[in-house]
Ligand binder design. Structure first.
Ligand code: MN
Length: 196
């Protein structure tokens, strides 16, 4: 597993294929107050690409091209937050998207635990540590523990989607899930515009 760290944007010419897992780290949970610090991406091959975003930065052309590419499906866990964070920072509307948290809520109705760590443990027998979740993501130099943690949030989303889709198909809830995914970019816009 190699995790690459870049400054400000993805490098030119990096092709991550038709399905890309994305996660964001921010200074906190209020998009208008707490800036975007890091965007993590993976194409599901076990490697992660981490882009550090500078304070005051409003452009990332290569990243935004990917976010807005209608031929690339973007996978998130709780995409509502990440889509809003990147829309607020760059003005880019991420689409099309898939959210493993929404899929989980629609199919794992036997539990109220829909966190990523719980899902990975139950469906993939993968244990990830959430220890670095609350740390200073605005630091100029991230620690090895932060980088590993940030990567772990995107490395397994492709496999997780596969597992959740098997369940959604089995219980005939795929159409419902797809309608929710299609609405998600607008849901994020509404959050930013004052309709929580
Ligand atoms: Mn994360």
């Amino acid at each position: 597993m190699t995790n690459k760290v870049y400054q400000n944007d993805l490098p030119d010419g990096l092709d991550l294929g038709p399905m890309v897992a994305i996660d964001c780290e921010t200074m906190g949970l209020h998009p208008h107050r707490d800036r975007l610090c890091l965007v993590q991406l993976s194409n599901g091959n076990g490697h992660a690409h981490l882009v550090q975003i500078a304070r005051g930065q409003t452009e990332a052309p290569n990243l935004c091209k990917l976010l807005e590419d209608s031929d690339v499906l973007k996978l998130f866990h709780y995409g509502r937050f990440d889509i809003a964070a990147m829309l607020n920072t760059f003005g880019a509307v991420t689409a099309p998207v898939y959210c493993t948290k929404i899929a989980s809520r629609l199919i794992r109705t036997y539990t109220d635990r829909h966190g990523l760590a719980k899902l990975l443990q139950e469906l993939l027998s993968v244990d990830i540590s959430k220890q670095q979740q609350s740390s200073d993501w605005g630091a100029a130099k991230l620690t090895k523990a932060q980088i590993d943690y940030a990567a772990s949030d995107v490395l397994y989303l492709h496999r997780l989607r596969d597992a959740l889709n098997v369940m959604l198909e089995r219980e005939d809830r795929m159409e419902m899930a797809q309608a929710c995914f299609d609405f998600l970019p607008m849901r994020a816009k509404l959050d930013l515009a004052g309709w929580p």
